[in-house]
Design a protein around this ligand. Structure first.
Ligand code: GPP
Ligand code: MG
Length: 290
């Protein structure tokens, strides 16, 4: 596919570094990975994050020929439960509010936020493929006037200062430098606005990053931050934590079930090892902008 000069200029203004270009290339070609696509087929919500909560062991029993379908549906249920936990921490969102999904992927969390709160939702991604995919999902649901996706950089989103009631990052912070991100989040949130982060972070109480954490970084072309980096960067940018929830134990069953599914990608063992050895946490942080 040929790229016109104006398309190249637009891409260069969003993708400012070689690293950002390689991340965009990863997510633009991740479309061939069947996992997210197969899981989203059931209800049109396509996620790019892990799941939370216990799985129903019954899905592994019963007829063999439908076992895989049961497992996929269960993985999808757990992924949607994860997004629900994030949304539970956004505080009271009204239909007149506007919120931002920073790193919106194929749009799953953003569409769920609109379905729950009726609010306006903006999503930004540096993958043009994902933006087009998510926009198509919103259009098919008939909510494209209220849920919009943009090919923009979350570090420089272009939205008006103070225009967002809430901002969240659902497993996207490992792709950016946190001080830059939180300067932008802080700018976008009005006083008292809420930021919610769900992320995997390395446990710096256990020392430098473990081999398993490095394998996860390599697999997703990301840079997992140590836990301390989140609190340091938030404190420096007027974001005051209200809730810090260690979701590590709740994240484990998803990876156990996924490891036994047809859509396992090979990274399951690294997550299980990292969580079990304590070198990695799955964390939710909700913070208020003061
Ligand atoms: C999930 O995407 C992975 C990320 C958003 C990046 C890394 C996250 C960490 C917690 C380290 P995906 O759902 O497309 O990946 P997969 O195909 O593995 O399910
Ligand atoms: Mg996935």
């Amino acid at each position: 596919m040929s790229v016109t000069p104006s398309e190249k200029a637009a891409a260069d203004s969003v993708l400012r570094t070689q690293y950002q270009k390689s991340v965009a290339a990863y997510w633009n070609t991740h479309q061939h990975d069947p996992l997210s696509l197969r899981l989203g087929e059931a209800d049109g919500l396509y996620h790019h994050h892990c799941g939370l909560g216990a799985y129903d062991p019954a899905v592994l029993k019963g007829p063999r020929n439908t076992r895989d379908q049961r497992v996929l549906e269960e993985l999808h249920r757990l992924e949607s439960a994860q997004a629900d936990v994030l949304l539970d921490h956004l505080g009271p969102i009204r239909s007149r509010h506007r919120v931002l999904d920073a790193g919106s992927g194929r749009g799953g969390t953003a569409l769920m936020a609109h379905a729950r709160f009726g609010c306006e939702v903006e999503g930004v991604s540096i993958s043009e493929y994902e933006v087009a995919f998510a926009t198509d999902r919103a259009t098919r649901r008939g909510v494209a006037d209220r849920v919009r996706f943009h090919f923009r950089n979350m570090l420089d989103s272009g939205f008006t200062t103070g225009s967002m009631r809430s901002v969240w990052t659902n497993e996207s912070t490992m792709y950016v430098e946190l001080p830059e991100l939180y300067a932008e989040v802080s700018r976008l949130l009005g006083h008292g606005g809420r930021y919610v982060c769900v992320t995997g972070c390395s446990n710096d109480a256990a020392g430098l990053r473990s081999r398993a954490v490095s394998r996860i970084d390599e697999h997703y072309v990301c840079n997992i931050h140590p836990r301390s980096a989140y609190f340091r960067a938030m404190a420096a940018h007027h974001l005051v934590p209200l809730a810090v929830v260690d979701l590590t134990a709740a994240a484990l069953p998803y990876w156990e079930l996924r490891a036994r599914s047809s859509v396992a990608t090979g990274i399951e063992e690294a997550f299980l090892e990292a969580y079990r050895e304590g070198s990695f946490h799955y964390l939710l942080i909700a913070a208020d902008r003061i």
